[in-house]
Ligand binder design. Structure first.
Ligand SMILES: [Zn+2]
Length: 256
């Protein structure tokens, strides 16, 4: 019952979002100038910019440790991101329906089309698109010839380009969650986790240039706002931030 009350409180808070962050004001002005009719971005509200891990820790987490194989490193981060994004989407998937989300949309009025195996573009509903992404990724990361786990098995020469494709598709899922389902994520209290996963994906990309900037520009405002926010967090309480996210990723890497 208490949880329900807390959720109700959050609904009220989210609905009343009192102040707009500087970035959001800027973003809105830009939208107005461009004459678009896009909905306000709830995820840029100051209260929603909470993150559970400072930027510095995440930056260190994506840096390739000396002596470690680059492909091995990419593999462990890709698996961690896939698991976390799948988990967050799983919690709100009941709200992502064929009728509610008939297109796979992201911020900036972007619509993603699915390329089938013959390379033909098809318009599909968001839940269908995301199901394709998750099925493709699951199949790929479980393929011993692509993501080898056994001793003496090697990564294929195309490994990096496969990782690039997976990360691009996962980015689309994250963009859709922010664009269409951020309210539900916040109501479940998972926004800090989503922001952390987004920061992880962004910093990994910044470190190794894995995703085309044309793909990532649609969440550039969030990127800027989160970085600004984490600078403040770092100064105020650098050691009190839970480390569960890093610990979980390290555990996943160990298990590999
Ligand atoms: Zn949806």
């Amino acid at each position: 019952m208490r949880i329900l009350e807390a959720v109700a409180d959050l609904v009220i808070q989210a609905g009343q979002a009192i102040t707009l962050s500087r970035d959001q004001r800027k973003a809105r002005r830009k939208e107005k100038d461009a004459g678009t009719t896009e909905d306000p971005k709830l995820y840029l509200e100051e209260a929603a910019l909470e993150r559970q891990l400072p930027e510095l820790d995440l930056r260190m987490m994506v840096d390739l440790p000396p002596g470690l194989d680059y492909n091995e490193w990419l593999a462990s981060h890709t698996l961690a991101l896939f698991n976390h994004i799948n988990l967050v989407y799983g919690t709100i998937s009941e709200f992502c329906t064929m009728t509610g989300c008939p297109d796979m949309t992201g911020p900036g009025l972007r619509t993603y089309l699915w390329f089938d195996e013959k390379g033909k573009k098809t318009r599909v509903a968001a839940p269908q698109y995301i199901d394709y992404v998750m099925t493709f990724t699951q199949r790929t990361v479980s393929d011993e010839t692509i993501f080898p786990t056994k001793y003496a098995n090697e990564f294929p020469s195309s490994f990096e380009s496969i990782v690039r494709k997976i990360l691009r598709l996962l980015y689309h899922v994250v963009a859709h969650i922010y664009h269409c389902h951020f309210r539900e994520v916040a109501l479940l209290g998972l926004h800090a986790h989503l922001n952390c996963v987004f920061a992880h994906l962004t910093l990994l990309n910044q470190r190794f240039n894995l995703i085309d900037p044309k793909e990532t520009e649609i969440l550039g405002d969030l990127e800027a706002a989160l970085l600004e926010e984490t600078l403040a967090l770092r100064i105020i309480r650098p050691t009190k931030i839970p480390r569960y996210y890093v610990q979980q990723i390290l555990r996943e890497a160990d298990r590999k």
